[in-house]
Write a protein that binds this ligand. Structure first.
Ligand SMILES: [Zn+2]
Ligand SMILES: [Zn+2]
Ligand SMILES: [Zn+2]
Ligand SMILES: [Zn+2]
Length: 365
């Protein structure tokens, strides 16, 4: 936990249109949407490891954040990946069952990339891809161990994505389509096109937060203490004279308003921020309810070290994902990512980290 005196240094993330050639693995991008630009090109998470715990569908790539750990040679390159289930009904308030986060890291000298940073002029040069090491799902870009049994040329993470691909073009291009396979594939048709399945692709660029305010150094606890002090004071007592119990309840809820109002205040100067990166710091909560206690954050499953807060995804990102609909859609107040404090050595594997989803209180959204 950050001490009260620590001056917070927060990097804000914004989405920007980008050339997809710049968002490939060997450019080590931070990005939103499209297919993942895998850092370690081998040992990708299997479809089982990115499966929604609620509906059983393979989750879709949401974003990745390039965040090397300068203190660790084994994390000279380091990227955190977030995946989310595309099914809106799996989005349950304050539950992280539809989201997963993975960490990948590599030393400067590794099996995949040059030890020198990519040159600007080489950005259009094709670099190595994960496809060289294992088949990738041609629909979502995750590991694709299943293959079209007819042509053996296209790979998939799941039957669902195979059906999508069949219906949206592969039926015409597969070498030997047969009626049998068509009948089979038309089961479970949910009408989503692959182009609608992936989120729109953007580069994620960061800049330091420039927030000047007397409130800046106050922690949430301090603000809560101030409010409690006020509630105990004579002024509050006189204010409470002749107030209905309903109103008192409203005032009690004001505590929550304070957290939400501070969230609004802190973000309104940069309303387009989609990410707040503040490793080892404190998240900016959107509600006083459903923030985790220390025991809610599990230790690293690899090394047993504590996990610390690293970054949070802001609700503003939803505006760029084209998920709005009149019915229920994917939603969050904030997604807080906690990672192994030690960036422990995981070789070329992908290691699961922890995400906490906090939603706005029902009366705020
Ligand atoms: Zn789901
Ligand atoms: Zn897939
Ligand atoms: Zn085929
Ligand atoms: Zn660890």
């Amino acid at each position: 936990m950050a001490s009260k005196m620590k001056v917070e240094h927060v990097e804000l993330g914004f989405v920007e249109e980008a050339d997809e050639n710049d968002l490939t693995s060997h450019n080590f991008p931070s990005k939103v949407g499209g297919k993942p630009a895998w850092l370690s090109l081998s040992n990708l998470p299997s479809p089982d490891q990115v499966t929604c715990l609620i509906c059983g569908d393979v989750m879709i790539f949401l974003m990745q954040v390039y965040a090397p750990d300068e203190e660790k040679d084994v994390a000279f390159h380091r990227i955190l990946y977030l995946f989310i289930c595309r099914n809106p009904s799996c989005c349950v308030p304050n539950s992280n069952n539809n989201i997963v986060v993975y960490r990948s890291q590599l030393g400067r000298y590794n099996n995949f990339y040059s030890s020198e940073p990519p040159e600007k002029s080489s950005r259009t040069v094709k670099g190595p891809t994960a496809e060289k090491y294992q088949p990738l799902c041609c629909v979502c870009g995750s590991s694709g161990p299943k293959r079209c049994s007819k042509c053996q040329r296209r790979s998939y993470c799941s039957k669902k994505h195979q059906v999508m691909d069949w219906k949206n073009g592969h039926k015409a291009t597969c070498s030997k389509p047969s009626n049998k396979i068509i009948d089979y594939f038309f089961i479970n048709d949910d009408g989503i096109k692959p182009s609608e399945l992936l989120f729109p692709e953007f580069e994620l660029v960061t800049e330091p937060e420039n927030y000047k305010d007397s409130e800046k150094e106050k922690s949430e606890t301090e603000k809560m203490e101030e409010l409690n002090e006020f509630m105990k004071s004579e002024k509050a007592e006189s204010l409470l004279q002749g107030v209905s119990s309903e109103d008192i309840e409203k005032m009690a809820n004001k505590e929550e308003d304070e957290v939400f109002l501070y969230f609004r205040k802190r973000t309104q100067h940069e309303p387009e921020q989609v990410l707040r990166y503040n490793k080892g710091g404190c998240p900016l909560w959107v509600s006083k309810e459903n923030s985790p206690s220390d025991t809610d954050i599990p230790k690293c499953e690899e090394c047993g070290s504590d996990r610390q807060f690293e970054f949070q995804v802001m609700p503003q990102l939803l505006n760029f994902l084209k998920v709005d609909s009149l019915e229920k859609s994917i939603d969050w107040g904030t997604l807080c990512v906690y990672t192994c404090k030690d960036s422990c050595d995981i070789g070329s594997r992908y290691s699961k980290e922890f995400v906490w989803k906090q939603d706005f209180s029902p009366n705020k959204s």
